[in-house]
Design a protein around this ligand. Structure first.
Ligand SMILES: NC(=O)c1ccc[n+]([C@@H]2O[C@H](COP(=O)([O-])OP(=O)(O)OC[C@H]3O[C@@H](n4cnc5c(N)ncnc54)[C@H](OP(=O)(O)O)[C@@H]3O)[C@@H](O)[C@H]2O)c1
Length: 289
């Protein structure tokens, strides 16, 4: 790839305070893009912004909960006010909401869809009109390998990521010829806080987030319709397409669902509960004006 291939391009990355989003923001800045970083945790966001600036890049942080459409619209408005356009959206913010269906309630699905699907939808809808008007832009939707083959135990997450994949596939085709491109990203296991509690078999070993980030930048450069990473994971989907029974058997046989570290998964539940509490407080505040 040519040096500084994205010079002066304007990018928004959601979920940029950690993991894949943070690494992608750094990788985009390294290629010369100006980056607006969005997430809820202001301290971690500022740390990432300062890291980019220290490396000579241009960036700013916008505290934003992507489950709130008004906050996503403000994120895009602030970016446009500063840099006049958005060339690249990386809709990456997400949460791993797992629960066996027999134990799940509708609220687990709602929580997952709110961040993993609606967060990306709000971001896409906020940037798309101006991209279409300029006949130029790139939408990057970060789904998951779970959106190619659903893993047992992950139904709320899988449902949301499949929905996002569906949105991406239609966008890509409807936007054909408009100058606006769509890349759907399907990462396998990535070594980030999201799955720190998950022990996985060697065959689906966790890859570093910077590897995904570099591949995302390449995919933008090549206007790739989709990115499956690691590439070896494609084998499962080919076999699953030929025979879903065989696909299910491979998942069971290779124990691809992984195993929860009990202590850590309790922590995850607490984090989930804290998120729920925050959402209830927000709703109450809205009702009280
Ligand atoms: N790690 C994996 O194995 C893996 C595999 C496949 C796909 N993915 C996908 O990759 C994306 C990034 O995940 P990651 O692995 O990098 O996890 P991570 O390190 O936990 O990062 C998740 C990011 O999303 C942000 N986020 C969560 N809820 C948000 C909300 N309501 N509003 C705004 N930002 C929110 C978090 O920031 P704040 O908490 O500061 O808001 C954080 O920056 C996700 O979409 C995930 O589903 C991950």
């Amino acid at each position: 790839m040519a040096q500084k291939a994205l010079l002066d391009q304007v990018a928004i990355v959601t979920g940029a305070s950690s993991g894949i989003g943070r690494a992608t923001a750094l990788a985009l800045a390294d290629q010369g893009a100006r980056v607006a970083l969005a997430a809820r945790d202001e301290a971690r966001l500022q740390e990432a912004v300062q890291k980019i600036q220290a490396l000579g890049g241009e960036a700013f942080g916008v505290p934003c909960d992507v489950t709130r459409q008004d906050q996503v619209q403000r994120l895009v408005a602030e970016t446009m006010a500063r840099w006049e356009r958005v060339d690249i959206l990386v809709a990456n913010a997400g949460a791993y909401v797992r629960c066996p269906i027999r134990e799940a309630t509708v609220s687990e699905f709602e929580r997952s869809l709110a961040v993993n699907f609606y967060g990306a939808l709000y971001s896409t809808m906020a940037v798309l009109p101006s991209m279409l008007a300029r006949k130029s832009g790139h939408l990057v939707l970060v789904t998951s390998l779970d959106a190619k083959k659903g893993m047992p135990g992950d139904a709320p997450y899988v449902a949301a990521k499949f929905a996002l994949r569906g949105l991406g596939e239609v966008l890509r085709q409807e936007l054909y010829g408009t100058g606006v491109y769509t890349t759907i990203v399907f990462p396998g296991r990535v070594d980030t806080p999201m799955i720190v509690h998950l022990r996985v078999p060697r065959i689906s070993a966790k890859i570093p987030p910077r590897k995904v980030a570099r591949a995302i930048v390449r995919a933008i450069h090549r206007r790739s319709p989709e990115l499956v990473i690691p590439l070896s994971a494609r084998a499962l989907f080919y076999l699953d397409t030929l025979s879903p029974r065989l696909g299910d058997w491979i998942v069971r046989r290779l124990r691809l669902t992984g195993r929860e570290d009990e202590a850590e998964s309790e922590t995850q539940k607490l984090v989930g509960a804290a998120d729920k509490e925050k959402a209830i407080t927000r709703e109450a505040e809205k009702l009280l004006g």
